[in-house]
Ligand binder design. Structure first.
Ligand SMILES: [Cu+2]
Length: 128
């Protein structure tokens, strides 16, 4: 008799635990912006690597925000800083590479595989 009571209590406790868990999960998904769910920081600047050019080839980004390069071509590309400050591995189609810029300045870069495939990141100071 006593065992039956305990089992019912456990089952009740489990089902309410599941209910709360689902509620918390829903709340978390609703309060997150889609960009956070997919790991993209608001303000990120996007550049496409195509066969064989970067577009846009010159971008302006605010200080401390990331630039994300995505390979939208059909062959491997890389993103390598001319001065060696950053460098991606080989990016196969659909792969991306991200750099956060913490210093104001102009950063020329290129693809190490394709001659003539280059671009520039201009990091702007915060507005006064
Ligand atoms: Cu390339």
């Amino acid at each position: 008799m006593r065992r039956d009571v305990n089992r019912t209590t456990t089952r009740r406790w489990l089902s309410s635990f599941c209910f709360v868990f689902v509620l918390v999960l829903c709340a978390a998904l609703l309060t997150c912006k889609p960009s956070e769910v997919f790991g993209i920081r608001p303000g990120t600047v996007f550049v496409s690597a195509r066969d064989s050019f970067f577009t846009p080839d010159t971008i302006h980004v605010a200080l401390h925000l990331p630039v994300r390069w995505t390979n939208k071509g059909t062959v491997i590309h890389t993103v390598v800083s001319d001065s060696g400050l950053f460098g991606s591995p080989n990016l196969t189609p659909a792969e991306w590479y991200e750099v956060r810029f913490d210093s104001v300045g102009t950063y020329p870069y290129h693809c190490a595989i394709h001659v003539g495939m280059f671009g520039t990141v201009v990091v702007e100071p915060p507005p006064p």
